[in-house]
Ligand binder design. Structure first.
Ligand SMILES: Nc1ncnc2c1ncn2[C@@H]1O[C@H](COP(=O)(O)OP(=O)(O)O)[C@@H](O)[C@H]1O
Ligand SMILES: [Mg+2]
Length: 381
């Protein structure tokens, strides 16, 4: 395994890098608060299920020209010095830096660094220490990604008065305060141009309660046809409904966290992803049926001498399905995904109840998606 740190946004602490043969891992400069939030998420399994898998931290050393051991053609790309991660440590043993890849590759971030990154310095970020996260875009051929910044309050309770005033005004002048979310940035695959149409955070900031539905229409504009698009929106409605049930039970405060929503923008890949899902469901159903039939048979036959053998056969069937499902740990083609990211200003707050601003945001987004289904796809909730 070769790790290829991607280099075009490494000039400070405001970039999100990705690395690995297939950009398997997102490497984000660690604000202490975000690091703490991920470390503590192991105690909150229900919410952690909505977060990218957290692999641990690593430390990057910038490759200064003229330094001893200088690999000057990397032009200041980071080289990996030390690693404290779990999964990564195995890969690290075999890793070498591919200089050309490091110099040429593009970073994964779709949203420009936002308030959080602007504030990195005052929050004491150590720009060499990074958190390593599952890349949620992996498994998509043409990922159409939306960063939805959640909540009605964008700053920590202990922020300076100046920051509270500044970010309070941002919230009041965008959909953040009235709706509990803001479209931060998104990109949509255009199959005719074979390119992504990108919408900046400025576009999202310009949307109002009255126009934000058009913002969602712009996001759901990949040329997949109405049937597929309806399915995508319905899946997001289902996921958001589940997420709402979770977030209502979690005692935390999330300031400037995002829901990262992703759907497949390539029609062929989309259909392949659906087939894979259906096969998996069929396999689970077949397994459950086999299990039930076996139970019924055993009930009828009582304590039969062949019992042990039968069990062995069933176990083999079980392993076959598992092998098919996992395919050597590779991420299969995905259809949609939705995950909570960006915890630089998030804290667990036991005893204080849920974050009502985030709850409000999820409810508003749900209502708008349902409105979209009704108006554009004639689907009643
Ligand atoms: N785990 C991840 N998987 C895929 N993309 C991610 C992941 N984390 C971040 N990103 C991308 O990087 C962007 C910025 O990351 P974020 O954590 O929000 O940092 P910032 O503090 O700069 O806002 C996100 O909008 C998203 O597009
Ligand atoms: Mg962000």
């Amino acid at each position: 395994m070769i790790l290829n740190p991607l280099s075009n946004q490494v000039g400070g602490h405001d970039g999100v890098l990705s690395m690995g043969d297939d950009n398997e891992i997102i490497v984000k400069p660690a604000l202490p608060q975000e690091l703490k939030f991920y470390e503590e998420s192991v105690l909150h399994a229900e919410l952690a299920a909505w977060m990218p898998t957290y692999y641990g931290t690593l430390t990057l050393t910038r490759n200064q020209p003229g330094q001893a051991g200088d690999q000057s053609s990397t032009n200041g790309a980071p080289i990996i010095k030390a690693l404290n991660g779990y999964v990564l440590s195995d890969m690290m043993a075999a890793s070498t830096l591919d200089e050309e890849d490091a110099a040429n590759a593009a970073a994964a971030a779709i949203a420009e660094p936002d308030v959080v990154a602007d504030e990195a310095e005052d929050n004491g970020v150590n720009d060499d220490e990074c958190i390593c996260l599952e890349n949620v875009s992996l498994g998509f051929k043409k990922p159409c990604v939306l960063d939805l910044k959640m909540g009605t309050q964008l700053y920590d309770d202990d922020a300076s008065e100046e920051k509270k005033a500044r970010l309070g005004a941002v919230a009041a002048n965008t959909t953040t305060l009235p709706l509990g979310f803001r479209m931060t940035g998104f990109e949509v695959y255009d199959s005719e141009k074979d390119d992504f149409t990108k919408y900046s955070k400025h576009y999202g900031k310009g949307l109002t309660e009255d126009t934000v539905l058009d913002g969602f229409r712009a996001y759901f504009a990949a040329k997949l046809g109405p049937e597929r698009m309806r399915l995508i929106i319905e899946r997001f409605v289902n996921d958001l409904t589940d997420f709402l049930a979770t977030i209502e039970t979690q005692e935390l405060r999330m300031r400037s966290s995002s829901l990262l929503m992703i759907y497949e923008g390539d029609a062929e890949a989309f259909d392949a992803g659906l087939s894979i899902e259906q096969e998996k469901i069929a396999a689970v159903v077949a397994r459950a049926q086999a299990h039930m039939e076996k139970g019924a048979r055993e009930d009828q036959e009582g304590d039969d001498e062949d019992d042990d053998n039968e069990e062995d056969e069933d176990d083999e069937d079980f392993e076959d399905y598992e092998e098919d499902d996992e395919e050597d740990g590779e991420v299969g083609q995905k259809v949609t995904d939705i995950r909570l990211i960006d915890f630089a200003h998030s804290t667990w707050t036991p005893g204080q109840g849920p974050d009502e601003g985030v709850v409000k945001g999820v409810k508003s987004a749900l209502a708008l998606f349902e409105k979209l289904l009704k108006e554009d796809y004639q689907i009643e909730a």
